[in-house]
Design a protein around this ligand. Structure first.
Ligand code: S3P
Length: 449
């Protein structure tokens, strides 16, 4: 997609009570990993519930470029005929990962220990994001990276001809970096060790084990020590992708702040490395019932019954940040509608996401009449109480899906409508957002109609 999509201006208006069932799409992180590990297994992996957002479609296309046979059979139903660990072919063309940091970083890892060369690019947002955090680690395996200044895309990776295993302590809490190292370790002989000081989402570890890799995780004083034995034969799997808790956050938060709402969001992953937002919302006073807890596709899931709630500001513990890193934008919207102050510390990773999310939320919330304080690592939102946010502004989305959806959720509970300059990036992770929100009674529209 590489930034060629036309901007889609959107507007959200104060809405009556939301009600109904919100079936959000499949998990983005798990969808990328299912395609990539499927491509590295020998034989046919079947995937159901795959997120058909642009980010994941770009990863599917990339896996084809590396030689895997990736086929869509029906809505969310895909198959991947993999080429085996070390079996990637050299792509004939540049790999365009669109808006997806997860896509490009994981794929760089997956190809870095195969003797092929690939050049990666993305859209205007992705081409600003730091890749050095991945390529520093891949260099330990013997891979070389040639990118733009500051380690930006477009970038060429020359895979190691004689890879050696690596031992790497991830310097920042990043599941993408951890996963890139583990995927690179697959084709290195011997044991690759990744140490993470703070636990981050563990989908790669779960899925690598599911595909038959030998992987252990040990909790030590240093943090989690993850050891992967290289050069396994990955066995194809059937992967049932659970619904994305990061996408579910939007209807859930909308229902909490729109008076009289009562919605059900079924089958949402409650993986403890992902559910920090839900813990936080409950602490703020949210009325959320976690019904039918069960296991689906190797992940804990539950049905969420959510009712509009009177919410109070809280201090979010910084050690919770990794388990809700993508949810701070929408949490800051909930915080704006709550009574009292919400303090979010330890969130500097938000500055290197699809946009600088601290800056994007602070500027948009201020334009809507909300008082904000921020520093490099902190966002503080002074709540206006139910119905207290003025709105009436056009907020910039900076090609960031979660920023666009967060401001549209705000517009549902503000006095005046809230617009976003461009909602086109919503299609990267939540292509059915508009229709799903409308089905609940939310007034979210394209404003160019
Ligand atoms: C992801 C990891 C997180 C998250 C991103 C998805 C993943 O990024 O923000 O949306 O699937 O591994 P970081 O690894 O940069 O924290």
């Amino acid at each position: 997609m590489s930034g060629h999509a036309d901007p889609i201006p959107m507007i959200a208006r104060r809405s009556g009570p939301l009600s109904g069932v919100a079936e959000v799409p499949g998990d983005k992180s798990i969808s990328h990993r299912a395609l990539i590990l499927g491509a590295m297994a020998v034989g046919e992996t079947k995937v159901t519930g795959l997120l058909e957002g642009q980010d994941v479609l770009d990863t599917a296309k990339a896996m084809r470029a590396f030689g895997a046979d990736v086929v869509q059979h029906g809505a969310g139903a895909w198959s991947v005929h993999g080429v085996g660990v070390g079996g990637f072919a050299e792509p004939a063309n540049v790999i365009d990962c669109g808006n997806s940091g997860t896509g490009v970083r994981l794929i760089m890892g997956a190809m870095a220990t195969t003797p092929i060369t690939a050049t990666f690019t993305g859209d205007a947002s992705l081409n600003k994001r730091p890749m050095g955090r991945v390529t520093d680690a891949l260099a330990l395996f013997g891979a070389k990276a040639y990118g733009r200044q500051g380690g930006r895309l477009p970038m060429t990776i020359v895979g190691a001809a004689d890879p050696v295993p690596a031992r790497y302590t991830v310097p920042m809490p990043s599941a993408q970096v951890k996963s890139a190292v583990l995927l690179a370790g697959l084709n290195a002989p011997g044991q690759t060790v990744v140490i993470e000081k703070e636990p981050t989402r563990d989908h790669s570890e779960r899925m690598l084990r599911g595909f038959g890799a030998e992987l252990t995780v040990e909790a030590t004083d240093e943090g989690h020590v993850i050891t992967l034995t290289g050069q396994p034969e990955l066995r194809p799997q059937t992967v049932a992708v659970p619904r994305d808790p990061s996408s579910a956050a939007f209807p859930v938060c909308a229902a909490l702040i729109v008076e009289g709402s009562d919605i059900l969001v079924p089958g949402v992953s409650q993986n403890p490395t992902r559910n920090g937002l839900y813990t936080t919302l409950v602490e703020m006073g949210a009325d959320i019932e976690f019904q039918n807890p069960r296991e689906e596709g190797g992940e804990p899931v539950a049905d969420l019954w959510v009712k509009a709630s009177s919410l109070k500001g809280i201090e979010v513990p910084p050690e919770r940040a990794a388990s809700m890193i993508d949810e701070y934008p929408v949490l800051s919207v909930v915080a704006a509608c709550a009574e009292g102050t919400t303090i979010m510390r330890g969130v500097k990773e938000l500055r290197v996401k699809e946009s600088d999310r601290i800056d994007a939320m602070a500027r948009g919330l201020e334009a809507c009449g909300v008082r904000i304080e921020e520093d490099e690592d902190t966002l503080i939102v002074h709540g206006m109480g139910p119905g207290g946010v003025l709105g009436g502004a056009t907020c910039k989305s900076h090609l960031d899906h979660r920023i666009a959806m967060s401001f549209l959720v705000l517009g549902l509970a503000s006095q005046k409508p809230v617009s976003v300059d461009d909602g086109s990036a919503i299609a990267t992770s939540f292509p059915v957002f508009e229709g799903l929100m409308a089905s609940l009674g939310a007034v979210v529209e394209r404003s160019d109609r």
